[in-house]
Design a protein around this ligand. Structure first.
Ligand code: FAD
Ligand code: FES
Ligand code: MG
Length: 277
């Protein structure tokens, strides 16, 4: 069993857990993920490692409530236990001195982009970060991302805070501007990553995205996380999650993410019945 050391509600539907998992904390690197099971009867869900503390033996995860399992997870508090916490899984994000790197984070993935921006900066890159949310009340970690970036641009879809619009607008302006951009890393909802990759393609700037297909085992055995990149089948959990955004078959990814919608809807209905019983 794995203990929740600390819980924080970052925004109403996005929560942070600091978990006591020394074995995972010892090895964690930016871009990797864990697979979590809430209890013995629960399904396995992947969540990205948002931070780690090797001395304290802790891993931070940040998750958004979207369905039955994440809602169940959101009911837990500090001191509660999770049945499984497996990781670190996946390949770490490739870090080297590229020059100037733009890191784009949308929604809950702002948490994911922070350790990547930090590692890129430590490797000597100039890091420009763009973070976006639908609205001001869904924004979190502006200061934290700002502290690991040379420049930070914030957008809200509805203009309730900072710049009105979506993240691809400042991204395009940066690409059209005077400074050379050597690499873009975009992490967030699939549609955001697709449009970031489309924005950078005409400029020929290498663009890395972190794919989020449905996963089960997380070790390359079930085939559930199959994606197509450059016409080749890849298993996201062992070959990724980072891939070349210009090569991803986005339509296939969208279709595969939706294959269990009926079952997911039933699971939420069942969860609502049980939690109101
Ligand atoms: P459901 O109602 O069951 O599903 C809602 C949607 O989530 C589905 O339509 C499907 O597209 C997706 N989903 C469902 N089951 C899975 C599954 N087993 N694996 C992957 N996607 C699934 N979310 C976060 O909030 N924070 C993170 O840091 C984070 N990191 C991720 C890292 C990776 C590598 C991947 C693949 C996904 C990550 N996700 C993250 C997404 C998260 O796993 C899903 O939101 C979660 O599994 C949904 O579970 P649910 O039962 O609450 O919702
Ligand atoms: Fe099973 Fe990747 S999750 S092969
Ligand atoms: Mg589910």
């Amino acid at each position: 069993m794995y203990r929740i050391m600390f819980r924080e509600d970052l925004v109403p539907n996005i929560h942070l857990f600091k978990m006591e998992v020394p074995a995972v904390a010892r090895k964690a690197q930016a871009g990797q993920f864990v697979i979590v099971r809430v209890d013995e009867k629960g399904e396995r869900i992947p969540l990205t490692i948002a931070d780690w503390d090797r001395e304290a033996g802790s891993i931070t995860i940040v998750f958004m409530e979207v369905g039955a399992t994440t809602r169940k997870l959101a009911q837990l508090k500090a001191g509660d236990l999770l049945a499984n916490f497996v990781g670190p899984l996946g390949l770490p994000t490739h870090i080297e001195k590229f020059g100037t790197v733009v890191c784009v984070g949308g929604g809950f993935a702002v948490a994911t982009i922070v350790p990547i921006a930090r590692a890129l900066r430590e490797a000597g890159n100039r890091v420009i970060s763009i973070m976006g949310a639908r609205s001001k009340n869904l924004l979190f970690w502006e200061e934290r991302l700002g502290s690991v970036s040379d420049e930070l641009i914030v957008t809200t879809d509805d203009g309730s805070y900072a710049r009105k619009g979506v993240v691809t607008e400042p991204l395009k302006e940066l690409l059209e501007g005077d400074q050379r951009i050597d690499r873009v890393i975009a992490i967030g909802p699939t549609v955001m990553m697709k449009f970031c990759a489309q924005t950078t393609q005409p400029f020929g700037v290498p663009t890395i995205v972190s794919l989020n297909p449905i996963m089960v085992d997380g070790t390359g055995m079930c085939g559930c996380c199959r994606v197509e990149v450059g016409g080749v089948t890849k298993f996201t959990c062992v070959d990724g999650p980072d891939f070349d955004g210009h090569q991803v078959d986005w339509d296939l990814l969208f279709a595969r993410q939706r294959i269990y919608l009926e079952e997911e809807k039933r699971a939420v209905e069942q969860w609502e019945r049980m939690s109101h019983a």
